[in-house]
Design a protein around this ligand. Structure first.
Ligand SMILES: Nc1ncnc2c1ncn2[C@@H]1O[C@H](COP(=O)(O)OP(=O)(O)OP(=O)(O)O)[C@@H](O)[C@H]1O
Length: 449
């Protein structure tokens, strides 16, 4: 049963949350393999700059999707490959990856990951000064948009729980594949796919560092060890996971120190999003606050690992049978009839694309229709030919009769045998010549078409 947030303030909070950190055993490889199956996704490849220029209409401004595009040194574009697959292209600043080999090595390594909790990396491009990454395109915006800048309705509690579980599963998968270091984990790195399911951006797995240990960050709330050493570790990622739990609980990006103060003072009403009133129980609220506190431990070793996050979050899930797009209230791609490539080309009024598609597809697909049309035309042609011969015969017979009648009027006398014979002879010659003409034109048709 749901409770009011004020009741939630009475939830117990004590030092046991700080003291106990249950570390789950290492991730089971078989389980991960099962999770990593992604149907119909091509393997990682290298693209030419020309291909990515074509896909993004020459990196057109209207294709920029980065929500903080003007300020950010790296820009993300949406685009479409020749095979109509939609992609997100991250174009790095020229200084980001000076060494092309290092960039390629990193991209190829991240490109081996395949999991439906990730925006999988489809390829990269490394030509001249250009460094580009290509990932699956996520059409339903970022967590930041849905959590902090929602327009129609706030994100439901059940969906918030699903987001953190998917995120924990994504981190668990990456860790199991030796990529535990995720950079700048924040609400802009979580994107929603066409089904409204949350996914972790693979762009956060690619960051350059001169010494392989020190990284720059654009996190608003950095882990304490980063402030001390300038270095990030897998435990730093869990700290950022804790800040994301606070984001989801509060609907705001509040400083962790402030949140921990509120938790210590048992002032949880201030911590939780007022939009969530009545949507969660005491126990669930307490459990999530407890988990956030564990992730935000000052000592990195006291924070949980991704596996134990999954274990803790799985039983909290609500409305598991309801699809994400329903919980999110977004239109589903399956309910909108997708346009065929030809339909899309027509809607864009792209004559070149229409011509190419017709050349590629129509000639093959419409071969049967073309054959039928062709045979229909030959039948009509044959009928026309027959009609032509019939008309020729009628014409010859008629003209012969007229000729004979005229001839008789002027030449014949009524009793002369000679005249009768002459008449018969002329008539036969005319018939013979007519037959010859007909035979000749038919033979002409047969042999020369
Ligand atoms: N696969 C994707 N599909 C759709 N949009 C994406 C995708 N990946 C990223 N974006 C958009 O681009 C924005 C920037 O993504 P990115 O991962 O580059 O973050 P960033 O903070 O700019 O990274 P950095 O500063 O490390 O370069 C995201 O917030 C999102 O709006």
């Amino acid at each position: 049963m749901g409770i009011q947030c004020s009741k939630f303030t009475a939830c117990c909070w004590n030092s046991q949350f700080k003291a106990t950190v249950l570390e789950a055993p290492d991730v089971d490889a078989a389980e991960n393999d099962e999770m990593s199956e992604v149907d119909g996704l091509p393997s990682f490849r290298e693209f030419t700059l020309e291909q990515l220029k074509n896909a993004t209409s020459g990196f057109a401004v209207e294709n920029i999707v980065s929500e903080h595009g003007e300020k950010a040194p790296n820009v993300v574009y949406k685009g479409k490959l020749e095979n109509q697959r939609r992609i997100a292209v991250k174009r790095f600043n020229r200084m980001a990856w000076p060494d092309p080999r290092q960039f390629l090595e990193e991209a190829r390594s991240v490109g081996q990951l395949r999991n439906n909790r990730l925006t999988n990396l489809l390829g990269c491009c490394c030509e001249g000064d250009e460094r580009l990454l290509v990932a699956e395109y996520m059409p339903n915006e970022t967590l930041a948009k849905h959590l902090f800048h929602w327009e129609t309705h706030p994100m439901k509690w059940a969906m918030r729980l699903r987001v953190v579980l998917h995120l924990a599963q994504a981190l668990e998968y990456c860790t199991s594949k030796g990529r535990a270091l995720y950079h700048d984990l924040n609400a802009y790195r979580i994107l929603f796919d066409e089904d409204g399911n949350p996914r972790l951006s693979t762009f956060g797995l690619m960051k350059n560092s001169r010494d392989g240990k020190s990284y720059s960050t654009n996190l608003a709330f950095t882990p304490p060890e980063y402030l001390r050493t300038g270095r990030v570790t897998p435990e730093s990622v869990i700290y950022s996971f804790g800040t994301l739990l606070l984001d989801l609980l509060s609907g705001k990006h509040i400083p962790p120190s402030h949140a921990l103060d509120l938790i210590r003072d048992r002032n949880l009403q201030m911590l939780t999003d007022s939009c969530l009133e009545g949507q969660f129980t005491d126990d669930d609220g307490t459990e999530l606050v407890r988990l956030a506190s564990r992730c935000l431990q000052y000592e990195p070793r006291e924070r949980p690992n991704p596996k134990s996050l999954v274990t803790a979050l799985s039983p909290l899930q609500k409305e598991t049978e309801v699809p994400s797009h329903v919980l999110m209230g977004i239109p589903h791609s399956a309910s909108v009839s997708p346009l065929s490539p030809l339909g899309e080309a027509c809607s864009r009024r792209d004559l070149t694309a229409i011509h190419e598609i017709l050349e590629k597809i129509s000639y093959k697909d419409d071969e049967g229709v073309a054959n039928e049309v062709h045979s229909m035309f030959s039948i009509i042609k044959n009928y026309c030919m027959a009609l032509k011969y019939l008309l020729s015969i009628i014409y010859v017979l008629l003209s012969t009769c007229i000729f004979n009648w005229t001839y008789m009027q002027f030449q014949l006398c009524s009793c002369c045998m000679f005249c009768s014979l002459q008449y018969f002879f002329l008539y036969s010659v005319q018939l013979f010549i007519c037959s010859l003409v007909l035979c000749f034109s038919y033979a002409n048709h047969l042999f020369f078409g």
